[in-house]
Design a protein around this ligand. Structure first.
Ligand SMILES: *Cc1c(COP(=O)(O)O)cnc(C)c1O
Ligand code: SF4
Length: 426
């Protein structure tokens, strides 16, 4: 299959689009003028079930729904478009709305970007001592955009793309003086939108630098789900697999951190073939995804997903809670409900699936796992723990938060028994 992207400018060319209602088409146009929209012919031809789009999870993950924008915002944009306003005016209003959607949650970039020679090393993030994130400049888009993505500001151009500036050489220089780092996580966007020859350069430079502290190179990607032909029939698919092989033959391990939200992403021949080809190179595939209302907020879906993954040779890794940005109101699942889903799914699968950890809030102080609930001193509480912390000393020290069945993120939580702060805020 040859890649064909669709966005706001050409989505009317999607053959199946004629069959959907005017309401859906309008939602694409209006929501898509505020939040990023991009899909492709694999998704439209092989994944979406067009006569069931009212409930199709793939359609919802990829095509903007009316409710993704809060009602007032939708109405404002609708009026502007209906009255034939000029593109400049539409863009200005869209930007104002975007700024209301918390485009820079927790100031992560400022906090996590390390310094080298007294300069910020943009394009590198170092938050947890063992793992450094690398954002190569050519890997900052995706084969298709997810409607729930927390990196949405980057794709509409309001996030500062200086984020993706570091050269591989400066990364290497940084790693030479940070011997505690064992893992490089190449991420984006999706680094696998990059042509193999560019990725090859990056990987070669890393391998040739002979950094003995680096044991694992991870690539975070949704290409398996949104464009599996990246590993099959793209011009440089074979070259990509040879890069994977090269890493594994060098004595380091390549891990593909695959983003998979729903078992429906795994049913196509292309997906299964791609997994087989990747595994043949000695690469590990691990899976992670947020739990999302209207998409995968039933435990049976996770049970099916983890079983299917283990069946194909994929290792379940994380269940996340959606971050406090963008269309959180549409996708957020209360922490209590996420926990219930996780417990039900986890307790109904074999140990091979229980490599998964969750539900987890990847937040400013660290990755916080919700372990369970408990009555302590006549008060119902969540038991939480860090599995990664900005301060490693916080890890695996269970702590409590007042139970709140509506809480959807960390900032909704309060310490128990009148305490002012959580232990890590002291
Ligand atoms: C999740 C995450 C990592 C990787 O953590 P692991 O526990 O090694 O999977 C690294 N850096 C940041 C900023 C993260 O959010
Ligand atoms: S593939 Fe990943 S980075 Fe890209 S839109 Fe989806 S969730 Fe966001």
């Amino acid at each position: 299959m040859k890649y064909q992207a669709y966005g706001l400018h050409n989505f009317l060319e999607i053959p199946q689009i004629e069959g959907i209602t005017e309401n859906y088409r309008k939602a694409i146009k209006i929501v898509g003028s505020v939040l990023p929209f991009k899909t492709n012919n694999y998704i439209t031809e092989e994944l979406i079930i067009w006569d069931k789009i009212d409930s199709d999870p793939i359609f919802r993950m990829n095509f903007p729904q009316k409710e993704i924008l809060k009602k007032d915002y939708f109405t404002i944009m609708e009026k502007l478009q209906d009255s034939g306003s000029n593109p400049g005016e539409i863009k200005k209003t869209a930007n104002l709305i975007r700024m209301q959607m918390n485009p820079h949650p927790a100031g992560q970039r400022e906090l996590n970007t390390p310094r080298m020679n007294n300069k910020k090393l943009w394009g590198v993030q170092h938050k947890y001592s063992e793992t450094v994130l690398f954002f190569p400049i050519k890997g900052q888009t995706c084969h298709a955009y997810c409607t729930f993505c927390f990196r949405w500001p980057q794709f509409v151009g309001i996030s500062n793309l200086k984020m993706a500036l570091a050269s591989t050489q400066s990364l290497i220089e940084y790693l030479r003086s940070h011997r505690e780092v064992t893992d490089i996580l190449v991420t984006g966007g999706d680094p696998l939108v990059m042509k193999s020859r560019f990725l090859s350069k990056i990987i070669d430079q890393i391998l040739q630098a002979d950094l003995s502290n680096i044991r694992n190179i991870r690539i975070g990607s949704k290409a398996l789900s949104w464009w599996p032909y990246r590993f099959l029939t793209d011009d440089d698919a074979d070259e990509l697999l040879r890069i994977f092989e090269k890493v594994n033959n060098s004595g380091k391990r390549l891990a593909l951190m695959a983003h998979i939200n729903h078992p429906r992403e795994m049913v196509t021949r292309a997906f299964k073939e791609a997994v087989k080809r990747i595994l043949k190179t000695g690469t590990q595939i691990r899976s992670q995804a947020p739990i999302l209302k209207n998409i995968n907020d039933r435990w049976q879906i996770w049970q099916r997903m983890w079983r299917k993954q283990v069946n194909l040779g994929i290792i379940p890794y994380y269940m996340f809670i959606p971050r406090n940005t963008g269309a959180q109101h549409y996708f957020a699942v209360p922490l209590a409900k996420a926990l219930e889903n996780f417990r039900n799914a986890y307790s109904s699968v074999s140990g091979l699936c229980r490599t998964v950890r969750g539900p987890i809030m990847s937040a400013s102080p660290g990755k916080i796992q919700i372990l369970g609930t408990k009555i302590i001193q006549n008060e119902k509480a969540f038991i939480l723990q860090f599995i990664q912390g900005r301060n490693p000393d916080w890890v695996l020290r269970p702590f409590f938060a007042r139970y709140d069945e509506n809480a959807i993120w960390r900032n909704d939580l309060k310490p128990v028994s009148g305490a002012e702060k959580f232990f890590y805020e002291e």
